[in-house]
Design a protein around this ligand. Structure first.
Ligand code: SF4
Length: 413
């Protein structure tokens, strides 16, 4: 079923891209096409799949010859199609804790329904959440596949980089031992060069989206960096990031705002709501641009193609959701200032310690820096619990308050 869905998506997107006229925006469609092709490869049963935790080094796994993907991609994709509720019910009926993260519960439901293709290997990461680690371990157990766990330290010091880089070397050894797939240094260099090219375009995207008004259209960069991480080390990653850079550059040069009549700007914390909801259309209608998503900007330096393992490790450790909260708080305040936002929206994803658990400290850090926060009580995947009326009222009140503060902020600036 999922394979057919991706096959239809690929055909439809290819046709729309072929019909696109000159100057028409194509970056989002190019991104959606590459994501759909990835889905098709994963679910066709032909590729050697590696199901992973969200922080796994996907480019390294490409170099070894795998089609890797994080399990939350399944939860997000199914939620986007409105297909998550029956899988959530199934997972809960089988004992999954209904207070746990629904990205994971949906993936467990998909495993229980036989929708997840059997991988060659399973690679868990202990960050950004131990819930993810438990689910990936469970997937390995149920599908009876070999498991490797990457223990991501809660520090960014050199010793932590070396400790993680060493584990990545061990991972390569493990893959060779259990699958017979080995890593060729020349292939690894090629892959890292492709990663660095995509990274370079992403840095340009960060720079361009700082323009006021933003040249990005409201949904252009939804789920961007998370899904692009799956394309790193491939031409597809270079294609997608390059298409965005070129399109945003053109729009910024032509002074063509992504949202006509942008009057306020917000920072979106952590994940977007994955199912169809009125939140984004309402923000648009009220003239509010999501200027930046917390997880989109590049946080890692280029990777040395001659010695990439420390670079892969640094990239994993640079993620705002890894380690103590102080680093994340600095990151979100820096983004709020750099993108000149008026406030922030935190969906406080149910069951997530980063989303719900950290909300008080994130809220306080942003407020102290002068940025009000709207904490929504939502589950980003489980639409069964979405309280539309309440969410609408809270967004409208928040936007009204931001609009009232605007003249004072303009004077301060
Ligand atoms: S939303 Fe939170 S609990 Fe769920 S996968 Fe992301 S970090 Fe983990």
């Amino acid at each position: 079923v999922i394979r057919d869905h991706f096959a239809e998506l690929v055909t439809g997107l290819e046709a729309r891209l072929a019909d696109a006229g000159p100057g028409e925006p194509v970056a989002r469609k190019t991104f959606a096409l590459e994501a759909a092709q990835l889905g098709l490869r994963l679910f066709s049963g032909e590729a050697p799949v590696a199901w992973c935790g969200v922080l796994a080094p996907f480019d390294l796994l490409h170099a070894v010859g795998f089609e890797p993907c994080f399990v939350e991609f399944v939860g997000a994709t199914l939620a986007g199609n409105g297909a998550a509720p029956p899988l959530l019910q199934l997972a809960e009926a089988e004992g999954a804790d209904p207070t746990s993260c629904s990205f994971h519960r949906t993936a467990l439901g998909a495993v229980a329904s036989g929708l997840i293709p059997t991988p060659e290997v399973v690679i868990a990461t202990s960050a950004p959440c131990t819930g993810g680690l438990a689910v990936v371990e469970e997937l390995a157990r149920r599908l009876r596949r070999p498991l490797f766990v990457l223990n991501v330290p809660h520090s960014r010091h050199q010793a932590a980089v070396e400790y993680l880089a060493e584990q990545l070397h061990d991972l390569v050894g493990f893959l060779a031992e259990v699958t017979g797939r080995s890593l060729h240094p020349g292939r690894l260099r090629e892959v890292v060069e492709l990663t660095n090219r995509a990274r370079h375009a992403m840095v340009e995207i960060d720079r361009l989206t700082r323009h006021v008004p933003s040249p990005a259209r409201p949904r252009d960069l939804v789920n961007f960096a998370l899904v692009v991480s799956l394309l790193l080390g491939r031409e597809a990653g270079v294609r997608v990031t390059g298409a965005y850079r070129d399109e945003l550059e053109r729009r910024a040069r032509d002074r063509s705002p992504g949202l006509q009549g942008e009057r306020l700007r917000v920072l979106w914390l952590q994940n977007r709501i994955q199912f169809r909801s009125p939140v984004e259309p309402l923000l648009e209608e009220l003239g509010v641009a999501v200027a930046v998503d917390e997880l989109n900007p590049v946080t890692w330096p280029p990777i040395d193609p001659e010695d990439p393992f420390p670079g892969f490790a640094r990239r994993m450790l640079s993620t705002p959701l890894v380690g103590g909260l102080a680093h994340r708080l600095d990151h979100v305040v820096r983004l709020a200032r750099g993108y000149r936002v008026d406030g922030a929206v935190n969906p406080c994803h149910w069951g997530c310690r980063q989303g719900s658990g950290a909300r008080g400290l994130v809220d306080r850090a942003l407020r102290e820096a002068g940025f009000p926060v709207l904490n929504l009580e939502v589950d980003c995947v489980d639409q069964r619990t979405f309280a539309e009326g309440q969410v609408r009222t809270r967004i409208e009140a928040f936007v009204e308050m931001l609009a009232e503060r605007r003249p004072a902020r303009e004077l301060e600036a």
